[in-house]
Design a protein around this ligand. Structure first.
Ligand code: DWN
Length: 411
């Protein structure tokens, strides 16, 4: 019996039926690393279908895998292994501190606080913080760096408990968490309950426009239930009395939005500009998504052709970044151990495990010195500059990088 559900209607407004954008077939859990030597045949695969709501424009997936399955005890993602991400978080905190007066009487709560990679920057300014994250490993790492963390899923009930303890949040931060919750309205209702009077909510999430325009199909996976536009996220938060007051378009993670919400806030001019642009570009219409499946298939075919061509010439290929998106890239393109010798990752919690679905071994970066491939497929392409900078010795030795999206290119 497969443990997943198919939603009856839109995760935001409930409308049905939803329109199919891309059917990806059966995919493994993108962070479901496989323990070597185990029963590889027992690995669970789940259907993965990207759809859109014609009513409120929210792009989402049809399937819901239980959060306890997605973010269980072995959840391997630690934000602090990406220097660029940690610095991005530092600058995010600097911006919040510039814009909103916080003191040692304030409280900043981060939802999906991971290993404390962001809250540490508030804590350094002696601002009281509280992390909430369901993954035991990252939560423990946060506590070890002095960030108080509740290891649990954020729910309206948890919000009520915190409020009853006098812990309402002056700022609520949520980076790359909004997409991760199956019940959007319940999650945002919890945010509204936790938010102190006059408080501010700052959320970051991948921008659906970048996903479609840059063919970032590998960022579609079961952890990401929703793929937001300014229009769809405004609708979602307005339903809970939270007004969209600022929007910023950021390059992180292949293109993200940073959206700021307040009760009865006064929207900055850019909000209407983004809404106008999205209407003008057709993000709220089916046509904008109509060619995505064909474009993705072209990228898939060209990537496999590129790898097969260099292998035919006697070259060897490996990959860099045991990322969730990497699992989808490899499984969707059916690139396995017959093509890639290994996948490199700095995250020590991933090394020694096998990539989901394709079961390619994950090794540390030192392998690039001892057993360098001729070509290195960068699965964590959103960090390609940082990775290529770090691996300058590999390229100085003649190694070539392959960046898979929007279309495969050799650097
Ligand atoms: O939404 C999510 C995003 C934000 O992070 C989560 N659901 C899961 C995760 O997705 P991802 O694994 O695709 O994210 P990243 O941050 O693109 O993964 C990068 C991977 O590459 C990590 O495993 C760390 C690794 N890495 C590395 O080995 N050396 C990263 C950098 C920058 C490096 O220099």
């Amino acid at each position: 019996m497969l443990e997943y559900e198919v939603i009856p209607g839109c995760r935001s407004c409930g409308a049905a039926p939803l329109e199919t954008v891309l059917s990806m077939g059966e995919m493994p859990l993108s962070d479901g690393l496989v323990r070597p030597g185990g029963d590889l045949s027992s690995e669970q695969m789940y259907p993965l279908t990207l759809v859109r709501c014609p009513q409120c424009s929210l792009v989402q997936i049809l399937e819901t895998v239980p959060p306890e399955t997605l973010f269980g005890k072995d959840y391997p993602y630690y934000s602090s292994f990406s220097d660029v991400l940690v610095d991005h978080a530092r600058r995010n905190v600097e911006t919040i501190l510039d814009r909103y007066p916080l003191t040692d009487e304030s409280l900043v709560v981060e939802l999906a606080s991971n290993d404390g990679y962001l809250l540490q920057w508030f804590a350094k300014e002696r601002i009281p913080v509280l992390g909430i994250d369901p993954a035991p490993g990252p939560a423990r790492a946060a506590e070890e760096r002095g960030i108080p963390t509740i290891c649990d899923f954020f729910t309206p009930e948890l919000a009520d408990r915190l409020v009853s303890e006098g812990r309402q949040a002056d700022v609520i931060v949520g980076n790359n968490v909004l997409a991760h919750v199956p019940d959007q309205n319940r999650f945002v209702a919890g945010i509204e309950r936790l938010l102190a009077p006059g408080g501010t909510v700052v959320m970051e999430f991948p921008y659906v426009r970048d996903l479609i325009e840059h063919r970032e199909f590998d960022t579609i996976y079961h952890e990401h239930h929703c793929y937001f536009s300014v229009t769809s996220v405004k609708n979602l938060f307005a339903r809970q009395g939270l007004d969209l007051v600022r929007v910023e378009h950021l390059p992180i993670h292949g293109g993200s939005l940073r959206a700021t919400f307040q009760r009865e806030g006064r929207p900055a001019p850019e909000v209407d500009e983004y809404l106008r642009q999205e209407e003008a570009y057709g993000l709220n219409d089916a046509d904008f998504y109509a060619d995505f499946a064909e474009a993705v298939n072209e990228t898939r075919v060209r990537l496999v052709e590129l790898i097969d061509q260099v292998m035919k010439d006697g070259s060897t290929v490996a990959a860099y970044g045991a990322a969730a998106k990497g699992a989808i890239m490899l499984n969707y393109c059916k690139i396995g151990v017959e093509r890639l010798a290994y996948v490199v990752d700095r995250n020590i919690h991933k090394q020694g495990w096998l990539m989901p679905g394709v079961h390619i071994p994950i090794v540390g970066p030192d392998r690039l010195a001892t057993d360098p491939p001729d070509y290195l497929l960068i699965l964590a392409w959103n960090f390609k500059d940082e990775i290529m900078r770090q691996q300058s010795a590999y390229s100085a030795g003649g190694g070539r990088f392959v960046v898979p999206v929007p279309e495969p290119v050799v650097l």
